[in-house]
Design a protein around this ligand. Structure first.
Ligand SMILES: CC(C)(COP(=O)(O)OP(=O)(O)OC[C@H]1O[C@@H](n2cnc3c(N)ncnc32)[C@H](O)[C@@H]1OP(=O)(O)O)[C@@H](O)C(=O)NCCC(=O)NCCS
Length: 187
């Protein structure tokens, strides 16, 4: 586990969305997110409903899905409906895809429920999360790693002004490594 600092904020507000920690009422949304084949098309096999339910129970319920600093639920700011999950974590050194010796760079990850796509909500959540991180931490690289076939994810990265550094093979698929400087997001 990396000891490098991540974002300590537990709530980040944007125009239409709120990044917050998970609660029991997010259970159905989390299960839908984990089991929707469209969400997982470019990541891995979706979980079965039974597996997703059991996993949530095993870790002690929805709240524990975001217990780690830098992990959030994206919620609708008005209705509080769970729209997706976001994380700003440290990319493990023993995974491929790095821009500094020793790895551990900040890395942005996102999963949004299918019905939310195409409205700019992921862009809004990402911008708010990166701005909050830039306000807390010194300037440093931030990565996005996504399958090269994941056009929506690459489009989001481009809208956030991440630039492609390289591509590499991982789990038999072509991955794209994208980079931005954290302080380019300073508000
Ligand atoms: C990747 C993902 C988060 C992108 O979501 P998204 O909604 O397409 O991304 P954005 O928030 O940037 O929204 C962009 C779209 O909203 C539109 N839009 C509407 N209003 C907008 C606004 N106010 N601001 C920005 N974009 C807006 C854009 O025109 C664009 O439309 P298009 O998709 O028709 O081109 C989503 O597809 C997803 O969760 N995929 C599954 C999980 C996944 O693959 N994660 C990556 C793993 S590495």
């Amino acid at each position: 586990m990396s000891l490098l600092p991540v974002l300590s904020a537990v709530e980040i507000a944007a125009d239409r969305v709120l990044l917050r920690k998970a609660r029991a009422t997010d259970r159905d949304g989390l299960i839908e997110l984990q089991t929707d084949p469209q969400v997982w098309t470019h990541i891995a096999a979706p979980r079965t409903r039974e597996d997703a339910e059991q996993r949530l129970d095993r870790i002690g319920g929805p709240a524990n899905t975001t217990a780690t600093p830098g992990h959030f639920i994206v919620a609708d700011k008005i209705t509080d409906t769970m729209l997706g999950t976001f994380e700003i974590k440290r990319r493990p050194a023993d995974w491929p895809g790095h821009v500094v010796d020793g790895g551990g760079e900040l890395e942005l990850g996102y999963l949004m429920r299918r019905e939310t796509w195409g409205a700019g909500l992921a862009f809004e959540a990402a911008t708010a999360a990166l701005q909050a991180t830039a306000a807390e931490l010194p300037d440093q690289p931030v990565l996005i790693v996504t399958r090269t076939a994941n056009k929506r994810s690459l489009d989001l990265a481009a809208r956030l002004r991440f630039e492609t550094v390289s591509t590499f093979e991982w789990f038999d698929t072509d991955q794209t490594l994208l980079l931005a400087s954290l302080h380019s997001f300073k508000a």
